[in-house]
Design a binder for this molecule. Structure first.
Ligand SMILES: Nc1nc2c(ncn2[C@@H]2O[C@H](COP(=O)(O)OP(=O)(O)OP(=O)(O)O)[C@@H](O)[C@H]2O)c(=O)[nH]1
Ligand SMILES: [Mg+2]
Length: 433
């Protein structure tokens, strides 16, 4: 039984063999995060926010206490990573993934490795029960999967140090696949499990898969059928789950010391994981194409807008010159008028001489008359409108350097990224032949 295996390490040297899917996901990821020409950086310089694709799929396993969740993960990775036993073994959430060296991480380090999961911080108390186990195993498709092992669910007096229902539901929503394990002996009818399953099915029913785990312990074929019927009936009793055609493959961890005649569909679980990885590869490539198109169209829109702005600025050159002149002349005239208005005509004659004082007083008289002519409420509006009019005339255009950078980005995406993407697409189709 994998649960009782001594700690041995699969692929202790962390072999560098990579599968085609792994290579594609890795290359796509680096196209996004490259520090110089990464798509995320290019997009953000254009005010567009892109998220780099994930390099692995996420498979969350939930279910009753002792349903065999941790043992399944150990079996898949072919390494005794998670503690498995009859006691309540898994009390928190553990991310189990492959990496270059064997490592155990605590809460904060785990969130550092999985920034997508930072919102977990909002679930009070979860951080103390969050960890990650990194294993060097590359068995099956382990290098492309992150398993999320969850606390065993029980009804009754058990007190969880955090809101376990909401935390599992939220994590399930983030996962690509959610496996629900029901074991034949245990509390197949655990209400807590059914409540969470019902919630998840409302939100993301398509990734929810049910398994009858530890099927070798179900006794004879007839007993197993009875247990299955019971579980399916209980599931169907829930309004949110009342859909016909429940599938519930029977699985158990093969044990050469205790051969069983029961049908084992555990290989089907591996195929489901593989299928989801292939879909993730396709999705990542499709998203890459969309993101490249988005960046290129944003650049071409900007450049087009800039050309329009340049033409506009040229056509309003005289207009803007006049407005600019007016923008200085009129306010100056206003200020002058108000200042002169505070002096009497005699004082002005004395100060400026009779001729100049007369001319100025005519001008200022006209200005003050016009100003008074505008209703008091409208004076502020007039100033704002006039200011806005002046500002509108001249559109800000891109500098030569900005234009050059945008053209370079566009060329880089058309020539390098798209070519790479085409070759990755070919690679995928070759691998599927
Ligand atoms: N016969 C049999 N026993 C199994 C199988 N899978 C797990 N077990 C045993 O069942 C017990 C519980 O297994 P775990 O993997 O710890 O179960 P779990 O769901 O992780 O339990 P919690 O973490 O406590 O919720 C262990 O003693 C395992 O050895 C199986 O397929 N067949
Ligand atoms: Mg466990």
């Amino acid at each position: 039984m994998s649960g009782r295996k001594p700690r041995s390490v699969a692929n202790p040297l962390g072999s560098a063999i990579t599968t085609p899917s792994e290579r594609i996901l890795k290359e796509c990821h680096s196209l996004y995060v490259d520090s110089e020409n990464g798509l995320v950086k290019i997009a953000s310089s254009l005010g567009v926010r892109l998220l780099p694709p994930r390099k692995k799929i996420i498979v969350m396993i939930m279910g009753n206490h002792s349903a065999g969740k941790s043992s399944f993960i150990n079996w898949y990775a072919e390494e005794h990573i998670q503690k498995a036993g009859v006691a309540i073994e898994t009390q928190g959430f553990t991310f189990i993934t492959s990496g270059r060296k064997r490592e155990s991480l605590t809460g904060n380090a785990t969130l550092h490795l999985y920034p997508h999961f930072r919102p977990l911080l909002e679930f009070k108390g979860v951080m103390d029960y969050l960890s990650a186990e990194i294993s060097t195993s590359k068995q099956k498709k382990f290098s492309l999967v992150t398993f999320v092992d969850t606390p065993g669910l029980v009804d009754g007096d058990m007190v969880y140090p955090f809101d376990v229902n909401s935390a599992i539901t939220w994590l399930g929503e983030q996962a690509d696949l959610v496996f629900v394990f029901f074991d034949p002996m245990g509390q197949a009818l655990c209400k807590r499990t059914l409540n969470i399953v019902e919630k998840l099915s409302e939100k993301c029913g398509d990734k929810l898969l049910f398994y009858l785990s530890k099927a070798d312990e179900a006794g004879k074929e007839t007993d197993r059928q009875r247990v299955m019927m019971q579980i399916v009936q209980e599931l169907c009793r829930r309004p949110g789950l009342n859909k016909c055609g429940f599938e519930m493959p029977t699985i158990y961890i093969p044990n050469p010391q205790r051969p069983s005649r029961c049908v084992n569909q555990i290989d089907g679980v591996c195929q489901t994981i593989e299928k989801t990885i292939n879909q993730a590869v396709q999705k990542t490539l499709d998203q890459l194409e969309k993101d490249c198109d988005l960046i290129c169209s944003t650049i071409s829109n900007r450049l087009e807008q800039d050309r329009a702005d340049v033409t506009h600025n040229k056509s309003v050159r005289l207009h803007s010159f006049l407005c600019g002149a007016l923008g200085i002349f009129l306010p100056a005239l206003f200020i002058l008028s108000f200042i002169l208005n505070t002096f009497s005509l005699e004082q002005l004659d004395e100060l400026l001489g009779e001729g100049l004082a007369r001319t100025l007083s005519i001008f200022t008289g006209i200005v003050i008359y016009l100003w008074d002519w505008i209703p008091e409420d409208g004076q502020v509006v007039f100033v704002i409108f006039f200011g806005a009019f002046l500002l509108r005339i001249w559109n800000k255009t891109l500098t030569k350097k900005e234009k050059r950078t945008m053209a370079e980005y566009s060329d880089y995406i058309q020539d390098i990224v798209k070519t790479k993407k085409v070759s990755l697409f070919h690679f995928v189709s070759l691998c599927h032949v």
